[in-house]
Design a protein around this ligand. Structure first.
Ligand code: ADP
Length: 208
């Protein structure tokens, strides 16, 4: 078994950049967002249950989830969102578990569980050994996302309002990466330092 390290952060915190840094150190990164997207692409494991339980009209001609249709339905009736999540969440957990089993067959010293909404649900804590939170000021989150996605500030604030607050997220943290004053290069170095601390931590726990 390998240490299971959760990685989370609000939008624009730098979480994806940190995940890349851990991958560069040889860690196995499980990307929950990517798994969720793949489930609703043509041939994805969520397509058949969505069609059967929610209606075939939610599946587009290309065989993928019709996101616009689902968004409209969920906007009118939040029950649709809950129903979709009821289908997606067990499948996401199942695929994450499978990837973790696979990761344990590799040489990767640590497995990083990149989970954007880790703090939003109680389901992850029992599945993780420790949690890293990437944190910065909210105004910095907004500035980074504006630059990355050219989104209006109100749209970014709407996304942030649906996410946990910084405090809620920080309460889940065993380790905090304070990505406010760092350059990208310094962030890479901070990830390297944290990687080494984690390795030392788990070697101490498991002397050979
Ligand atoms: P998240 O996955 O948390 O939404 P990203 O890792 O994609 O965030 O980072 C958001 C944007 O901010 C990216 O364009 C990234 O290159 C940039 N960024 C992140 N951290 C820094 C930093 N310390 N200095 C400069 N740019 C950064």
């Amino acid at each position: 078994m390998r240490p299971r390290i959760g990685l989370t952060g609000g939008i624009g915190s730098g979480k994806s950049t940190v995940a890349q840094g851990f991958a560069q150190q040889g860690c196995y990164v499980i990307d929950a967002d990517r798994i969720a997207r793949t489930l609703t692409l043509p041939g994805g494991a969520a397509i058949a249950p969505i069609a059967a339980r929610m209606g075939a009209h939610f599946i587009g001609a290309d065989g993928a989830l019709d996101r616009a249709q689902m968004r409209d339905a969920a906007f009118r009736d939040p029950g649709y969102k809950a129903q979709l999540e009821g289908i997606l969440h067990p499948l996401i957990r199942q695929q994450i578990d499978q990837q973790y089993q696979h990761a344990c067959d590799t040489n990767a010293p640590l497995v990083i569980f990149d989970i954007p909404l880790l703090a939003e649900s109680g389901q992850w804590s029992p599945r993780l050994d420790q949690v890293i939170v990437v944190d910065c000021l909210e105004r910095t989150q907004i500035a980074r996302v504006q630059q990355r996605n050219q989104l209006p500030q109100a749209a970014i604030e709407a996304i942030m309002a649906q996410q946990a607050t910084r405090l809620q997220r920080l309460r889940k943290a065993d380790w905090v990466l304070w990505n406010e004053t760092l350059s990208l290069q310094a962030l890479g170095e901070a990830v390297f330092d944290l990687y080494n601390e984690l390795i030392a931590h788990y070697r101490l726990l498991q002397p050979d």
